[in-house]
Write a protein that binds this ligand. Sequence first.
Ligand SMILES: [Fe+2]
Length: 370
Amino acid sequence: MTPIQLFDPSSSTYTYILCDDVTREAVIIDPVDEQIERDLEALRKYDLKLVWTIETHAHADHITSAGQLAEHAGAKTAAPAACGISTASMQINDGDVLRFGKEEIKAIHTPGHTSGSTSYLWRNHVFTGDTLLINGCGRTDFQSGSAEALYHSLTDKLFALPDETTVWPGHDYQERTHTTIGNEKRGNARIAGKSKEEFVAIMQNLNLPRPKRIDEAVPANLTGGLRHDAGGGPISEPRAANGYAGDVSAQLAYNWWQAGEAVLVDVRTDAEREWVGFVPGAVPLPWKQWPGMAMNTGFDEALKAATPAGKKVVLLCRSGVRSIAAAKRATELGLEAYNILEGFEGDPDQQAHRGHKGGWRFHGLPWRQN
Ligand SMILES: [Fe+2]
């Protein structure tokens, strides 16, 4: 059994999928948002049920698809506790174990590239993120990095693993795929045979350019990669989207619905509609259900039944993320599906309150409290 290794050329990032051969439960490590279709296709191809998305750290060079995979595939999100990824459902600490089927993956806190950076051991494979690269290591000059901490993580923690352990790095820029602990212990140009002082001096003199996407990527990664679009005015035309017919404002969706051109489907949970409010006349059809946010297995059949031939379907959720997943599914079912950008409640403001930044209610469209 070997990991499925996937590559994102624009950031040279490796993403990994591991699975239990019997139950088909799987985890994904460091998924990249531009590659979500590739990753969903891999899950389908190998008939896998994604149970965890796992981050090695809060990346500065790409945006994770963890938040989207939680919606599309029903996975739970996990990230190192010290990374400040507050939206992750599991905050991972050193020694924590994540289970998928009968398999387990164990967290080894390896600070240095960032203070939260964590490696993951599965059988005799270790996924090192940017802590240990092939003949290299991650930089330590930004994002709470520390060359001293990295030295200890490499020499005391990773190099304490058996020599034959396969190392799967978070990146490679020269088309190499993996290495072993023994190889890196003996030959890694930055660390092999170096004292701590020598290693720190090397790391301090790298003079690397600032990562191009750091200002965009790090904030997005601290919320699982979910970016929000609220705050704009009404848009009169649908906006092009990938994998479904387009994004629309709440007002445009309302107009289509009132004109009889579209069916309005509310994909929030029964609990949300009951507690937060609902749109009279919309089709209530949860994408996921409370408790546990498990995928609604009856979604496909009910959606097809609710959408007459020749009509568009517009999908409403809380803030326009779940409805993207639902719109993509609707497209696969052959429907002309649109996502309502800001959802029912709009995006959270600075204090995490909703209702002030866009959304169905904010724009004064009809709704009712139960
Ligand atoms: Fe990184």
